[in-house]
Write a new protein. Structure first.
Lengths: 297, 234
């Protein structure tokens, strides 16, 4: 393998890793606050992708506008899911919300099958994403640069919200102690809704870029990326945003490099993520950056 | 005046408060004393809006608070500092104080009140960039009180502020309560340290098994034979 190829693989793993990271952030933020694994997150990712192609093909919207609308729409959908399926269970045992999440996941998947049909659909990429960029010996799809760049921008925006705004302060407070935050006048339900909105917007962004990168849409497309992003979140330490980003990038790197260096193992690429999950759960259940999580009383 | 009439609270099937009535006049320190499980904390939590499963009427300045959520209660001028201090260990002292002001949007007023809290507790100013979790127990209690004050309340409810503190710090806590009362705030204090609480309180209620057993001015209860036997160890 020469260095040009290596750089190409590196950029590919950065692309894939960013996509995982964007989804993983949503898992980790919701878990950080509600101790809930939002299984419907994969479907939010899938719907974000569908909405764009709906906008482009059905309403002939220009790409950037369709993307923006899809992200906004998906964020609203995430908020709706919280309002309908999780908020009524806030005081119920945690397992109830988890089961509700599984229910929402199946529900959205089946709604997608009804509306969009189960057959996979090809995605036609806009022309400005088709022409390869040539840098010396490295040939790149524009997406290979576009995805990490946009992801980085979104993550910086997220860091700004979480660490520099009042809403972010509220998020950090309720992730530690919901009741006391409430007593101090933090509108807990609104902050949770915003958290779902942000997580869903990032998942939509990831879903859209995923569909451009692997140009196919189907209602079950959220499953595997969603699971892997969840593993990334666990690997990084669930509840930690930085952890989710690192976890996503590491997972992307492992996946691309294993296939690059051991082409014979390509068929097992999905298995590595799950082996990683089992290994973390056995040896470091709190993940890279996760703090030991005392159960809240 | 904060007024509670015939307050009942249920936890699951357990009838925890069985008709508590009390009045907290403006500018006063009123204390609730009683044994563990008598319903002191439940009374505060119900007033603060944390408990939904309740019956009775809670009014403040003739406004009905009974159905408000905690955010609504804070906005109407009543704040509760919970038992065990419950400061945010991963946020800085300054951020803890900012969080206390979450219901407000007057940036100038908030900045002024941060200064006021620092003036009240100089230790907090020294440690303003430190994480709350690194403070000592006494400093955490100061922070918990300061954080509650940041909502610019008229009534401050304190749940067991002296619990778990060294005796010298306990004295400081009661000093602080007197100071914030002198600055014009009404205080509703729940304490297991009945002696100290009765000494500073203008009025006191003794709770027993979910109801008011007796009430009267703090000084009178200090001399009351039943109170002495049950709560003051004499």
């Amino acid at each position: 393998m020469n260095s040009a190829m290596f750089i190409q693989h590196l950029l590919n793993s950065l692309t894939l890793g960013s996509l995982y990271a964007l989804i993983a952030i949503g898992y980790t933020m919701v878990y950080g606050i509600l101790r809930l694994i939002n299984f419907a997150h994969s479907e939010i990712f899938m719907l974000g992708a569908y909405f764009v192609f709906w906008g482009v093909t059905l309403f002939s919207l220009p790409w950037p506008l369709a993307m923006l609308l899809s992200v906004v729409f998906t964020a609203g959908l995430g908020i709706l899911v919280d309002r309908v399926a999780y908020r009524p269970l806030r005081d119920a045992p945690r397992i109830s919300a988890l089961i509700s999440a599984i229910g929402v996941s199946f529900f959205l998947q089946n709604v997608a099958i009804v509306f969009f049909q189960a057959i996979p659909r090809a995605v036609y990429r806009p022309a400005w994403l088709e022409n390869p960029i040539i840098l010396g010996e490295v040939r790149l799809l524009p997406l290979t640069l576009f995805v990490p760049a946009l992801s980085l921008l979104l993550m910086l925006g997220l860091v700004y919200v979480v660490y520099r705004t009042k809403t972010g302060l509220g998020m950090r407070a309720i992730s530690k102690d919901i009741e006391t935050s409430y007593l101090m006048g933090v509108p807990v339900n609104r902050i949770i809704a915003i958290t779902f909105g942000i997580g869903s917007a990032l998942a939509a962004a990831s879903g859209i870029m995923w569909a451009l990168r692997y140009p196919q849409l189907q209602p079950i497309m959220g499953g595997i990326p969603g699971f892997k992003a969840f593993i990334a979140a666990v690997f990084g330490g669930i509840g930690s945003i930085q952890g989710a980003v690192i976890g996503g990038l590491v997972l992307g790197f492992i996946e691309i490099m294993t296939v690059a260096f051991f082409p014979d193992l390509a068929g097992y690429r999905d298995a590595f993520a799950f082996i990683l999950l089992i290994a973390i759960l056995l040896y470091k259940p709190t993940g890279l950056l996760g703090a030991r999580q005392e159960d809240k009383v | 005046m904060l007024k509670v009439q015939d307050l009942h609270v249920w936890y699951g099937g357990i009838h925890a408060l069985k008709g508590v009535s009390l009045e907290v006049p403006r500018g006063r320190i009123v204390t609730l004393i009683g044994a563990n499980g008598a319903g002191k904390s439940s009374t505060l939590r119900a007033i603060a809006g944390l408990i939904r499963n309740k019956k009775g009427v809670i009014t403040y300045k003739d406004r009905d608070l009974t159905r408000l959520d905690p955010v609504g209660v804070v906005k109407s001028g009543i704040v509760m500092s919970p038992e065990g201090r419950r400061i945010f260990p991963h946020l800085s002292v300054f951020e803890n104080l900012q969080l206390g002001a979450y219901s407000r949007s007057d940036a100038d007023g908030i900045a002024r009140d941060v200064e006021w809290v620092y003036e009240l507790f100089p230790r907090l100013r020294e440690r303003r960039e430190q994480k709350g979790g690194t403070l000592s127990g006494g400093e955490q209690q100061m922070l918990a009180v300061g954080r509650a004050l940041m909502s610019a309340p008229e009534v401050v409810m304190l749940d067991e502020p002296s619990l778990g503190l060294a005796p010298l710090l306990v004295r400081d806590v009661f000093e602080i309560i007197k100071v914030i009362n002198e600055r014009g705030m009404t205080v509703l204090l729940v304490e297991q340290n009945a002696f100290a609480a009765l000494k500073i309180a203008h009025y006191a209620y003794v709770l027993e098994t979910g109801g008011v057993a007796l009430h009267g001015p703090g000084k009178d209860l200090l001399r009351d034979e039943r109170v002495c036997r049950a709560y003051l160890g004499g």
